[in-house]
Design a protein around this ligand. Structure first.
Ligand code: 4NP
Length: 157
C-alpha cells in the first residue's frame, strides 16, 4: 500500500501545493513514486477551488515544478484517517492541525515541515509569501527543496 503524505498551509495556494509538487518531483527522480502519494490542503477555506497562486506557479515553473493542484480545505474527519504523515508548513498550521486532532493517533501523524531541513535549520516555519515580493516565493522553494530532501531520507516506504 502507498504511504500517503499531506502538506498543509493556510490557503493551499502557495506553500503546500509547492511542497506537493517538489516532493512529487523528488519521488519521481528517485523512482519512489510508486510507493508514495502526495496531496495538499489549507486550514482556511478562502481559496477553495482555485488553482495555485500565479506568482507561486511562475517561480516553481522556473525550477521545473508544475503546480497542478486545486485548493481544498483540510477535513479532519477524512484526512486524519486517509493520510499517514501530515506536514504543517508553519507553526500556526501545526498548532491548528493539533487543535483538530481527535486522538493521539491523529496527533502522532502531525509534523512540522521545517523539522526535516538540514540546511535551512534556522527556519521554524516556511514563511508565508502571499503579501511579499519575489524573494519570498524563491525562499519558499529553497526551504521546501531542503525539507523534501530530508523527508525523503527519513521516511520509510
Ligand atoms: P499559503 O499562502 O498559506 O501558502 O497558501 C496564503 C494564501 C492566501 C492567504 C494567506 C496565505 N490569504 O490570506 O488569503
Amino acid at each position: 500500500m502507498k504511504k500517503k503524505l499531506l502538506f498543509v498551509c493556510l490557503g493551499n495556494i502557495c506553500r503546500s501545493p509547492s511542497a506537493e509538487a517538489v516532493m512529487n518531483g523528488f519521488l519521481k527522480i528517485n523512482m519512489l513514486d510508486e510507493y508514495f502519494e502526495c496531496d495538499s490542503a489549507g486550514t482556511g477555506g478562502w481559496h477553495v477551488g482555485e488553482r495555485a497562486d500565479s506568482r507561486m506557479r511562475t517561480h516553481a515553473a522556473k525550477r521545473d515544478y508544475d503546480l497542478t493542484s486545486i485548493a481544498r480545505q483540510f477535513n479532519p474527519n477524512r484526512d486524519f484517517d486517509e493520510f499517514d504523515i501530515i506536514l504543517g508548513m508553519d507553526t500556526q498550521n501545526v498548532s491548528d492541525l493539533e487543535g483538530m486532532a481527535r486522538n493521539k493517533n491523529d496527533l502522532d501523524k502531525i509534523k512540522s515541515m521545517t523539522d526535516f531541513c538540514t540546511r535551512y535549520t534556522h527556519y521554524h516555519s516556511v514563511p508565508d509569501p502571499y503579501y511579499g515580493g519575489a524573494d519570498g516565493f524563491e525562499l519558499v522553494l529553497d526551504i521546501l527543496e531542503d525539507a523534501c530532501e530530508g523527508l525523503l531520507k527519513q521516511i520509510d516506504r
